[in-house]
Design a protein around this ligand. Structure first.
Ligand SMILES: C[S@@+](CC[C@H](N)C(=O)[O-])C[C@H]1O[C@@H](n2cnc3c(N)ncnc32)[C@H](O)[C@@H]1O
Length: 738
């Protein structure tokens, strides 16, 4: 009988049996803890025992199901309205929104399908065509396609799936024995098992049984063995590696191409022996030399013959509703399940959610020997391996690890972290997470940083450098990055908070970012965002939200001066009893309004902007402020506007200069020569550190050059006294003394 869902599709997988009863899930099952597979406790116990002595215990995020019996679920709709027990008095009936039930699996038929696919695939992989062509031919081979689509529908996260391949008691016993037998201290007890490894399965079983008869009856492993099931067990392949391969194959649609080749090789080896696997191994070798071997199988779809492609797409469509994880896996080792009940008007919703995780624990020797493919098979298709390594393990195996991955051409990123109990806290987790985020991104500074001598910690920068110097590992780098990230957030947090109107400007400016991009496309704002060295906007000042721990300041609008600078300007206005302000570079109006707010009633801000659009937006932003009357906006090139102001006899107590950097020095000269900056007045200039470009040894951008020209000009001009504050992108204050 065909599966009911598959039958509706016309051609369903042959190995899935229909559900015998579509019994509704009893309401009482809500909230019950998931059933833990028996295997988990035994395997975990064995692993725990073994880990002390095995040469390596690899917890590979794999696919042996240890979790709840969720399994492939049927989307079979139950009677629409289900009354919960004791729910008679409820105002409205409860609707069942979703319902799943397990399918059954017929293991022997899956095994024969794999055998057929391997048989048909074998001559294809031996062909002399390119590996890419052979892969396409493999995917077009009907028996391979049928196997793939069928396996994609298997309930791999279920205990039922494992049990379909394994007779439970004997399987638990045997797999545990083999594992323990590999551990020297247990080999005494289980010597006969060790001896049978590598023999044919039937003789192995006999030896295991003999061994059992002799072994300590009180042992955990002397569970009764239902001999009637030995036949079933032999008929299915008693092979965890095969089970693991199937569990991965379920996600074939999203697997890297070379992963498929690995799985074919594993299946051929497990079912037909090493000689049958050899051609697949060779195929894998050449395939991993192709540039796209790490790309997903689904990317090949467009290159397949139309009817083959249609079949795969039909399968993907089917899976989308029947088992979305199979086509959109968030992780192939995790599956979520949900069950939702709602009142008719959806005013109350009750939901039960569960997540099933799968893990494979491998206990193996000599995993870092180049000929051992355990790690290769996992990481080669992914192209790289990122590993969090205990510092003691690194001390012993670090070099071997590096050599293994280098030898196999797999990029290897190692995050070394202390494994001491005392260090295992949330900060350690944070450090590892930061390192994971950073790893793989080349740090342009890392090569330039010569470790300085131990130094006095006076500033946050000193602290960071000292931390880096003392322990140059990834965790320390991550920690320093976190601290650096936190500096701006800390400044914002502990500076007076901006007015509602100023906050609104920040928000409005952030919202308009896409508009700037749009305007730039139309050529309307060609000068608004002056290009920096890498084409980025010139001005790295920003408004930032902050998190309570000072981490992750978030730039939301690059050009705006923002809270910290706005507060400084307000302070300067108040402290200097300023009456007349010149704001050069209006943008969306933040600095103008900030200064206007601090001015007395008869104070005045003249603000200059070359872009009509920006000036318009600024005016809109000030409109609702009670201080709008203090602001006068002028549109045009700053240089021309300065000349006009000078010819009107204007002069200012405070000038804030924040326009394009190449023009800085010329504007400064005008301010000085015309007297627009009065003697006794103060000039504030933004972005004078210009992204720290001078700290690098690289050539400066035009903006960097502009900032440097002004800095040098101020230094050489004895009419002014100046100080450069490392606030955000650098803010220089210059007092005109004569
Ligand atoms: C960094 S933003 C000013 C930010 C503003 N002070 C604030 O607090 O949000 C620079 C502004 O100056 C304008 N600008 C740049 N060069 C200019 C020039 N030479 N003359 C006039 N305006 C200019 C730009 O169009 C831009 O709006």
């Amino acid at each position: 009988m065909a599966c009911t869902k598959c039958a509706s599709l016309g051609s369903g997988p042959a190995f899935l049996q229909p559900v015998q009863s579509t019994r509704p899930r009893p309401a009482s099952s809500l909230g019950q803890p998931p059933v833990q597979g028996d295997m988990s406790s035994v395997a975990a116990a064995a692993a725990a025992t073994a880990s002390a002595t095995a040469s390596a215990v690899l917890a590979v995020a794999g696919a042996v199901s240890l979790g709840a019996a969720s399994g492939r679920r049927r989307a079979a709709k139950l009677p629409k309205v289900v009354r919960l027990q004791g729910a008679q008095n409820m105002p409205s009936p409860t609707l069942e929104i979703n319902y799943y039930e397990l399918d059954a699996v017929e293991a022997p038929r899956i095994l024969s399908a794999i055998r057929l696919a391997i048989k048909m695939a074998s001559p294809i992989v031996k062909e002399s065509t390119s590996p890419e062509e052979r892969l396409l031919k493999l995917l077009s081979e009907p028996s391979v396609q049928s196997l793939l689509t069928t396996v994609s529908r298997l309930p791999v996260f279920s205990k039922e799936m494992a049990l379909a391949f394994k007779e439970p008691f004997l399987f638990f016993f045997f797999s545990t024995c083999v594992m323990v037998a590999l551990v020297p201290q247990h080999s005494q007890t289980f010597r006969p098992v060790e001896a049978c490894v590598g023999h044919g399965l039937p003789s192995c079983v006999v030896r295991v049984l003999r061994c059992l008869a002799r072994s300590d009856r009180s042992s955990t492993y002397t569970a009764p063995i239902p001999l009637r099931n030995v036949g079933t067990w032999l008929m299915a392949s008693d092979d965890l590696d095969l089970l693991l391969a199937l569990k991965q194959l379920k996600y074939f649609w999203n697997l890297p191409q070379s992963q498929l080749a690995i799985l074919l090789e594993v299946m051929a080896r497990q079912l037909e022996g090493p000689s049958q696997a050899a051609p697949f191994q060779e195929f894998l070798r050449v395939l991993t030399q192709t540039p796209n071997h790490a790309k997903n199988i689904k990317h090949l779809n467009d290159q397949l013959p139309a009817e083959v492609k249609a079949e795969y797409l039909r399968n993907a469509d089917y899976l989308e509703t029947a088992d979305a994880h199979a086509v959109y896996p968030t992780s192939i080792y995790r599956q979520c399940d949900g069950f939702t009940l709602a009142t008719k008007d959806a005013s109350t919703i009750e939901a039960v959610m569960s997540t099933t995780l799968t893990t494979t624990i491998k206990i193996a020797r000599k995993v870092l020997e180049p000929s051992n493919h355990l790690l290769y098979n996992i990481y080669k298709p992914l192209g790289r391996c990122v590993a969090v390594v205990d510092d003691k393990v690194d001390a012993i195996y670090g070099k071997e690890l590096d050599a293994y991955f280098a030898g196999h051409g797999i990029e290897f990123k190692k995050i070394v972290s202390s494994g001491n109990e005392a260090d295992k806290d949330i900060r350690d987790v944070e450090r590892i997470l930061v390192s994971l985020k950073k790893v793989g991104l080349a740090d342009p500074q890392s090569k330039k940083m010569a470790p300085p001598d131990d130094r006095f910690v006076v500033t946050p920068t000193d602290l960071m450098i000292s931390t880096l110097t003392k322990s140059q590992n990834m965790a320390a780098v991550g920690e320093v990055v976190r601290m650096l990230d936190g500096v701006d957030g800390m400044v914002v947090k502990y500076s007076t908070q901006p007015s509602e109107a100023l906050r609104n400007i920040s928000v409005q400016t952030a919202k308009t970012n896409p508009n700037w991009a749009e305007m730039e496309k139309k050529g309307a704002t060609s000068k608004l965002l002056e290009a920096g060295r890498d084409g980025e906007s010139f001005c790295n000042v920003g408004f930032c939200f902050h998190f309570p721990d000072y981490s992750c300041p978030l730039l939301i609008a690059e050009m705006i001066s923002g809270q910290a600078e706005g507060q400084l300007l307000q302070l300067l206005v108040k402290f200097g009893r300023v009456k007349k302000v010149l704001d050069i570079g209006t943008f969306t109006g933040y600095s103008s309004l900030a200064m206007a707010e601090a001015l007395p009633e008869d104070g005045r801000v003249v603000t200059l902007e070359r872009q009509e659009e920006a000036a318009k937006m600024a005016a809109e932003n000030w409109a609702s402020s009670p201080h709008v009357g203090k602001i006068e906006s002028r549109v045009g090139e700053a240089q021309a506007l300065l000349q006009a102001l000078a010819s009107q006899g204007e002069s200012f107590d405070l000038v804030f200069l924040d326009v394009d950097k190449p023009g800085y020095f010329a504007l400064y000269q005008t301010l000085m020569e015309t007297g627009l900056l009065r003697v006794g007045g103060l000039l504030a200039v933004d972005n004078t550190m210009y992204k720290g470009e001078e700290l690098t040894r690289e050539q400066l951008s035009v903006n960097g050059e502009g900032a440097r020209a002004l800095n040098a000009g101020l230094l050489a001009d004895d009419r002014v006294l100046q100080v450069m504050l490392p606030l955000r992108d650098g803010l220089t204050l210059a007092f005109r003394q004569h």
